[in-house]
Structure formats: structure tokens, C-alpha cells
Ligand binder design. Structure first.
Ligand SMILES: *[C@@H]1O[C@H](CO)[C@@H](O)[C@H](O)[C@H]1NC(C)=O
Ligand SMILES: *[C@@H]1O[C@H](CO)[C@@H](O)[C@H](O)[C@H]1NC(C)=O
Ligand SMILES: *[C@@H]1O[C@H](CO)[C@@H](O)[C@H](O)[C@H]1NC(C)=O
Ligand SMILES: *[C@@H]1O[C@H](CO)[C@@H](O)[C@H](O)[C@H]1NC(C)=O
Ligand SMILES: *[C@@H]1O[C@H](CO)[C@@H](O)[C@H](O)[C@H]1NC(C)=O
Ligand SMILES: *[C@@H]1O[C@H](CO)[C@@H](O)[C@H](O)[C@H]1NC(C)=O
Ligand SMILES: *[C@@H]1O[C@H](CO)[C@@H](O)[C@H](O)[C@H]1NC(C)=O
Ligand SMILES: *[C@@H]1O[C@H](CO)[C@@H](O)[C@H](O)[C@H]1NC(C)=O
Ligand SMILES: *[C@@H]1O[C@H](CO)[C@@H](O)[C@H](O)[C@H]1NC(C)=O
Ligand SMILES: *[C@@H]1O[C@H](CO)[C@@H](O)[C@H](O)[C@H]1NC(C)=O
Ligand SMILES: *[C@@H]1O[C@H](CO)[C@@H](O)[C@H](O)[C@H]1NC(C)=O
Ligand SMILES: *[C@@H]1O[C@H](CO)[C@@H](O)[C@H](O)[C@H]1NC(C)=O
Length: 661
């Protein structure tokens, strides 16, 4: 063959290739975009919106309508009948581009909307930053062991096995809801109310591509690898690391029938392989996406065709004006943006519940409960978090007693106080691990006791509310069941003071309540109120707060003060509470001003539930036996650690209180 002929032949081949390629693309696109344009946006209206849900036709129309009416979310429906891989459909691309064109900042992929979807949407973080737990302990972390108890009880003696960082992180670009379909076995032993969790930095877990919230910077990840979800989840998690991000997880007991789809297995081999990749050409983020995909083709994890689809999809995205995330130094994802707090966490798993066996202290047995007729027996309260606050260090010797009293009544308990060392001594006497937040000396013996609830809220449990109970409160748990969990609870009294009043009367009989003129009193409170006054010009939350406070107090520049050893904040006030507590913490304001003042700015006073109970002061403290009343909710103070050392006190508990539990 001559040289010219060869050139001709090559030209013909090139031409043919080009023609075939165009033909293929034309057929492909026609097939893809013409035949399957079957998705119909609900009500056929596409408005500009930040928040989009993509669901499949297995969602009931009434659920979709309900959601669109009651929330700000717009819904797009994918015509996919593939139960186990609901988002494996070529029309997915089209829906995503539509949402992007209409201003999407968040997309929630959920194949099956139901009456829990709204509450799940409310649990996600939408701001730039999130707070939450990240495992920082010494064991190998897995999600399932987190929800079931990590690690097993044999590691109980070493608290570092249960150690987490409570920090402020850049919000996870993927927030995944684990449901029964994600969990292969042991669904019943899961703590469905455990706090949201971030994986330890540089680790990954396989997950299904369903019930995931994507932030704008992760929209590139929605479409690829539709048919291999395990591979998809490792691919996306490895790439998130390149932008200093990771996935966060919540767990939800779905109320739908089991779909029969297989949960993903752990896949150490693939994880190890993916971990072996380095983004060598770190010019743009998309070049890293292409590099990892190429690497996975080389390692025979994915076919070349997937690689081509990914490249094509990235091009389409860019053509439609999507801007890819910026590469950052990978290590930025590792550290909390504010100093992290070390937390011990252990989920509430059933086998660990203590029994109500008081033979260790009531050697003569229990008395007979003299509860008036009509009072209920204690039931299990599993929708609120009980936070037991030790205002002074060194009273943790009674942990076992608290476990016996409270664990059968409350599934979710968090201990909080100063002095980690003595906590561990009490902890070591228990048979199972418990959750604990340690406070520094800035806790000032409980004068800043509201920090405990604050920390608990930052952990982000899935509960209806947070219940602060001091370790010197004798709680009649049998009277708690009918209390509304969506309202604030406080004691019956609440007194008002002018912000600049020189002295205020004691909670007991004295003219002068000593904390008012102490470091955490009048001047601290005045500084906090001035800060709020300033903030109110630009923060609606604060303006509303000050208005409500003035209404409840009967005038402006007034605060409340009262003993605050027992109070409850429902979930719906959590974000305001966190915001306001930060202001009072900055000025070191006493708990007995902070709590009654904050709650009176959050809710009309008539909507605050008043708990019946007795407070005993000074020399009246010894009268606890006469004052105890089965019909009340609480009695304060009965400090447990000294009480358990005193035979008179123990006899009182064994005869009057314990038999009623
Ligand atoms: C969904 O797609 C199928 C073909 O796969 C078609 O038969 C059906 O009519 C479509 N449904 C809707 C609601 O568009
Ligand atoms: C939600 O739906 C389930 C059935 O799918 C039903 O059992 C449950 O009562 C519903 N809950 C509410 C609050 O409507
Ligand atoms: C954690 O996993 C690694 C590798 O899989 C293993 O070598 C190590 O022993 C494990 N550590 C613990 C504490 O289980
Ligand atoms: C608990 O975990 C340890 C290692 O982490 C293991 O050796 C032991 O067998 C486990 N015990 C049970 C009861 O699972
Ligand atoms: C706890 O476990 C870690 C790692 O397994 C070990 O390094 C440490 O010494 C242990 N601490 C105690 C007090 O046993
Ligand atoms: C997390 O673990 C590291 C290494 O063990 C430790 O240096 C750091 O103090 C821990 N963070 C917290 C908040 O405990
Ligand atoms: C209660 O605990 C004691 C030991 O403290 C034990 O002897 C007794 O059998 C237990 N009773 C019940 C009912 O479990
Ligand atoms: C222990 O105490 C310090 C404050 O002194 C605190 O920062 C830390 O998070 C505490 N918690 C634990 C579990 O160690
Ligand atoms: C509180 O302030 C009001 C008016 O702002 C004033 O009339 C009243 O006397 C003050 N009360 C005390 C105890 O200072
Ligand atoms: C409130 O704002 C004024 C004027 O901007 C400023 O002088 C004052 O220091 C602020 N006070 C507080 C407590 O932030
Ligand atoms: C035990 O408590 C009673 C009543 O509060 C008190 O009178 C008594 O002195 C206490 N006993 C001891 C040993 O502290
Ligand atoms: C106990 O409290 C109830 C209502 O809270 C009250 O009616 C009753 O008189 C009290 N009993 C005693 C002995 O004080």
C-alpha cells in the first residue's frame, strides 16, 4: 500500500467513526430525552426555589401534595419503577438540570415520601456550619456499632473507646438518612434517637443512594454510577475528602413496608483500594473526579462506559452553568472550627437497662406506695432527653442509684458536670457505659448550669425536647406522663426584677438575694440585656424575644429570676435557646436569671407548663420528709450523694419514694 492510500484509508476510518459517534449520540439522546419525558412536576408549575425533592412514582400523590402545601419544598417526580435502585434512570439528569435552572441549593433524593418526610427535612442542617459528634475514640468506628453500642461491653472500662468530639463543622454536603432498608440485620437494637454523626475523618461507609440531602456543592454526585450504589457511595465519599468534607448520618425508623431490597455489605477491599488513590492533577475539582473515575476503571472496579458517562455528565453540568466546588487543603475537614468538646456517648440499647432492684440499699425491703388513687404508674419516656446536672464536682458516687431510678423511666440520659476524673470513678462502678458531657471550671459550680442543655442540643438528638434535672431534685417520674412535650416546663414561681435594680429579695425570706450582687448577677445580666438590645435591631429572633419578655414581665428592661433546677425546653425552641444562651454565657449570667428570662422571651407565660413542687431553703432543708408529696412533680433539694450516706434519708427513700416508681 502506498503512502497516499494509507492516508485515505485512515481518513475514511476517522470519518466513519465520527459519523457513527454522531449517530450514536443522536439515537442515544433521542431515546433518552424523547421517549422518557414522562416526569410531570406537581401542579405543572416550576417556580424558582432553593429546595427541591426528587422522588419516584412510588410516592403517593396525596403525600406529595401535602408536602408541597405544608413546606417550601418543590417536588419533581422520576418515572422509575425500579424499587431497589429508584434513582437508576436516565431521566434523572433532566430533572436535576431543571432544578438547577430554577435556583436549587438543596436536593433531597427520596424514592418514597411519607408522613415522616417533613420531620426528616426539619432535622437537616441548611446553614454553612453544623454542630455535632464525630468519633474520636480508639476503636474502629462503624455506623452500625455507633447506633447499637460501640464497641461491645468488654471495652467499657476504657472510656476512650466512647470518646467523641462535639464540634462545629462545615455542613456535610451529603446528609444521609439511614432507614431499615440500609440496615441488614439487628434493626431492633438500633437507637433511633441517637445524635447525628459524622464519620471519623478519612473513613467511609457504604450507603444506598436514597434519602440523601445534597447541597449545591455536591450536585455533581447525584447522577453517576446509578447501577452500583456501593461503588457510588465510596466514590463520592472519597471525592468529598478532596474538598474537606464528609457525609453525616441520621437514622430514622421508616413507617413503610419493607421493600425487600438488599442492604449494602461492608466492603473493606474496595475501601482499601479507593483509599489508595491520590488526586495527582489537582487543578480543578472536576479533574479529580475524572482522575478517581479513571483510577477505578484501571483497578477494574467500574467499566469504561461509566467513566465516559461521568465525563459527559460533568460537561453537561458545566454547560448549564453549574459551578464546581473549590479544592481545599484536605486537612481542613479534620478539625472543628471552634475548640471541640470531648463527650462520652453510648446509645440507649435495651439489654443495658438497669433493673429496679434496690436490695443493695433497702435492706429491710420497700415500703408500700401511698400514692393517691388516680396517679399513674411510671411508663417509659422515650421521646425526651433527660440531662442530669451535677452542679458540684464529686457527687458521682450516686451514679448507680440514678441509673436504677431513671433508666427504666427514661431511655435517653446524658450526665453533665465538672471534674471528669471523679465522674470516671462513679462510671467504673456501672455495668455498662453511659453518656457524659464534662464541664470546665467556667461552669462555676452550676451557676452556668444551662451549658449542659446547650451542649446536649448541639449534639442534635432526635427528641421532642431536653429536660434539665439537678442531681438534688427528687423527681416523681410517675407524674410526668401527661405533660405536653411541645411546651416549656418550669416551676410555679417566677419573679421579675428591673435590669438596673440594686438589690432583689431572696428566693427565701431575705431582702437580698446574694447572686444578684455577685459576679454572675446584676451587672452580668445588664451586659447581656444590652447586647440583646443591640442585636435586636438586626436579628428578628432577638426583637421577638425582647417583645415577648416585656409582655410577660409587664414592661421593658426587666428580667426574671427564680431557682432553675428543673426545666424543659421543647425541640421547637432549640435554635432560639442555643442563640440566646450564647449571649448569656458570654456574660457569665447566673442560671437562675438566665433560664427564667429566656423562657419568658420564648413563650407566652400562660403557655409555660408550671410543675408542682417544693423548694426548701436553708434550715428548712431538713424537712424533706414532711414536704414530700406524691401529687407533686418534684422536691428540691434532696442531694443524693449525702442522702445515700444517711440512714434517715435512706429509710425515707425506701419507705416513701422508691416503692412508687
Ligand atoms: C412511566 O414510564 C413507563 C415506561 O417505562 C410508561 O409506560 C408509563 O406510562 C410512564 N408513567 C407515567 C406516569 O408517565
Ligand atoms: C403515618 O403513616 C403510617 C402508615 O404508613 C400510619 O401508621 C401512621 O399512623 C401515620 N402517622 C401519622 C402521624 O399520620
Ligand atoms: C482496626 O482495624 C484494623 C484494620 O482493619 C485492624 O488492624 C485493627 O486491629 C483494628 N483495631 C481494633 C481496635 O479493633
Ligand atoms: C467484644 O469485642 C472484642 C474486641 O473488640 C472481641 O474480642 C469480643 O469477642 C467481643 N465480645 C462480644 C461478646 O462480642
Ligand atoms: C484504652 O485503649 C487504648 C487503645 O486501645 C489504649 O491505648 C489505652 O492505653 C487504653 N487506656 C486504658 C486506661 O486502658
Ligand atoms: C481527639 O483525639 C486526639 C487524639 O487522641 C486528641 O489529641 C484530642 O484531644 C481529641 N479531641 C478531643 C476533643 O477530645
Ligand atoms: C436484687 O439484687 C440482689 C443483689 O444485690 C440479688 O441478690 C437479688 O436476687 C436481686 N433481686 C432480683 C429480683 O433481681
Ligand atoms: C473533661 O474536662 C474538660 C474541661 O476541664 C473538658 O474540656 C472535656 O471535654 C471534659 N470531658 C471529658 C469527657 O473528658
Ligand atoms: C422598676 O422600674 C419601674 C419603672 O421602670 C419603677 O417604677 C420601679 O420603681 C422600679 N422598681 C424597683 C424595685 O426598682
Ligand atoms: C451597643 O451598641 C452601641 C452603639 O453601637 C455600642 O456603643 C455599645 O457598646 C453596644 N453595647 C453592647 C453591650 O454591645
Ligand atoms: C441524717 O439526716 C437527718 C435528717 O436530715 C439528720 O437529723 C441527721 O443528723 C443526719 N445524720 C447524719 C449522720 O448526718
Ligand atoms: C399534696 O399536693 C396536692 C396538690 O399538689 C395538694 O392538694 C395536697 O394538699 C398536698 N398534700 C399535702 C399533705 O400537703
Amino acid at each position: 500500500m502506498g503512502c497516499q492510500e494509507r492516508i485515505k484509508l485512515v481518513s475514511v476510518i476517522i470519518c466513519l467513526t465520527i459519523v457513527i459517534w454522531f449517530l450514536h449520540n443522536w439515537l442515544y439522546l433521542t431515546f433518552q430525552f424523547k421517549t422518557y419525558i414522562t416526569h410531570v412536576p406537581v401542579n405543572n408549575r416550576l417556580k424558582k426555589n432553593e429546595a427541591w425533592i426528587i422522588t419516584s412514582i412510588s410516592s403517593r400523590p396525596h403525600q406529595i401534595q401535602d408536602l408541597e402545601q405544608r413546606t417550601d419544598w418543590s417536588v419533581l417526580i422520576l418515572n422509575s419503577t425500579n424499587m431497589c435502585r429508584p434513582f437508576a434512570s436516565s431521566t434523572l439528569e433532566d430533572l436535576i438540570l431543571k432544578a438547577i435552572k430554577n435556583g436549587a441549593r438543596y436536593m433531597y433524593l427520596s424514592s418514597h415520601l411519607n408522613n415522616k418526610t417533613t420531620s426528616i427535612l426539619n432535622r437537616f442542617y441548611y446553614h454553612k456550619y453544623m454542630t455535632g459528634l464525630r468519633y474520636n475514640g480508639t476503636m474502629n468506628f462503624t455506623l452500625l456499632s455507633y447506633y447499637r453500642g460501640l464497641p461491645n461491653l468488654s471495652a467499657k472500662g476504657n472510656t476512650s473507646s466512647y470518646s467523641y468530639e462535639l464540634g462545629v463543622w462545615k455542613t456535610a454536603l451529603l446528609q444521609k438518612v439511614l432507614g431499615p432498608t440500609d440496615i441488614s440485620n439487628g434493626k431492633d437494637s438500633i437507637d433511633y434517637r441517637a445524635p447525628q454523626i459524622l464519620l471519623p475523618f478519612n473513613t467511609m461507609e457504604p450507603m444506598l443512594k436514597d434519602n440523601v440531602l445534597f447541597q449545591y456543592e455536591a450536585f455533581w454526585a447525584i447522577v453517576p454510577l446509578q447501577t452500583n450504589q456501593r461503588l457510588w457511595s465510596l466514590w463520592v465519599q472519597r471525592l468529598l475528602q478532596e474538598i474537606g468534607n464528609s457525609v453525616s448520618f441520621i437514622v430514622s425508623k421508616d413507617n413503610d413496608k419493607q421493600s425487600g431490597c438488599k442492604a449494602l455489605k461492608e466492603s473493606t477491599r474496595v475501601i482499601t483500594a479507593v483509599n489508595g488513590w491520590k488526586c495527582s492533577r489537582r487543578s480543578t475539582f472536576f479533574s479529580c473526579v475524572i482522575s478517581l473515575s479513571d483510577f477505578m476503571v484501571d483497578k477494574k472496579m467500574m467499566p469504561r462506559s461509566e467513566y465516559r458517562s461521568i465525563v459527559r455528565w460533568l460537561e453537561i453540568l458545566q454547560k448549564h452553568g453549574y459551578s464546581q466546588p473549590e479544592l481545599v487543603d484536605k486537612a481542613t475537614g479534620r478539625y472543628s472550627l471552634e475548640p471541640a468538646h470531648r463527650i462520652l456517648f453510648y446509645p440507649s440499647i435495651k439489654k443495658a437497662y438497669a433493673s429496679r432492684n434496690f436490695t443493695f440499699m433497702c435492706t429491710k425491703g420497700l415500703g408500700k406506695c401511698l400514692k393517691p388513687l388516680g396517679l399513674q404508674k411510671s411508663k417509659v419516656i422515650n421521646n425526651i432527653l433527660l440531662v442530669i446536672v451535677f452542679n458540684r464536682a464529686g457527687h458521682y458516687g450516686s451514679l448507680e442509684y440514678f441509673e436504677k431510678i431513671y433508666r427504666p423511666a427514661f431511655r435517653h440520659i446524658l450526665y453533665c458536670g465538672q471534674d471528669n476524673q471523679t465522674f470516671v470513678e462513679g462510671y467504673n462502678q456501672l455495668k455498662y457505659p453511659v453518656s457524659y458531657v464534662g464541664m470546665s471550671s467556667s461552669f462555676i459550680n452550676g451557676q452556668l448550669g444551662y451549658q449542659c442543655l446547650h451542649k446536649a442540643m448541639l449534639m442534635h438528638y432526635d427528641v421532642d425536647g431536653y429536660f434539665h434535672v439537678g442531681d438534688d431534685v427528687l423527681l416523681n417520674v410517675w407524674n410526668l406522663h401527661d405533660l405536653p412535650t411541645d411546651q416549656i416546663w418550669f416551676q410555679e414561681r417566677m419573679r421579675v426584677a428591673n435590669v438596673s435594680q440594686p438589690t432583689v429579695p431572696d428566693i427565701w425570706k431575705h431582702e437580698n438575694w446574694w447572686p444578684w450582687n455577685g459576679d454572675t448577677g446584676r451587672f452580668a445580666q445588664e451586659r447581656a440585656m444590652n447586647t440583646l438590645q443591640n442585636l435586636s435591631t438586626r436579628e428578628d429572633l432577638v426583637a421577638t424575644f425582647l417583645d415577648q419578655l416585656a409582655e410577660n414581665a409587664g414592661g421593658e428592661r426587666k428580667v426574671f429570676y427564680e431557682s432553675s433546677d428543673i426545666f424543659y425546653i421543647p425541640q421547637r425552641f432549640v435554635s432560639q435557646f442555643i442563640y440566646l444562651v450564647n449571649v448569656f454565657t458570654d456574660q457569665l449570667v447566673h442560671i437562675e436569671i438566665t433560664v427564667p428570662t429566656i423562657i419568658n422571651g420564648l413563650s407566652k407565660q400562660s403557655n409555660i407548663v408550671r410543675l408542682k413542687g417544693s423548694y426548701l431553703w436553708y434550715e428548712e432543708r431538713v424537712k424533706y420528709r414532711e414536704t414530700f408529696n406524691h401529687s407533686n412533680v418534684f422536691l428540691h433539694p434532696v442531694k443524693m450523694d449525702p442522702c445515700l450516706e444517711n440512714q434517715t434519708c435512706v429509710t425515707f427513700l425506701c419507705e416513701k419514694y422508691l416503692p412508687c416508681l
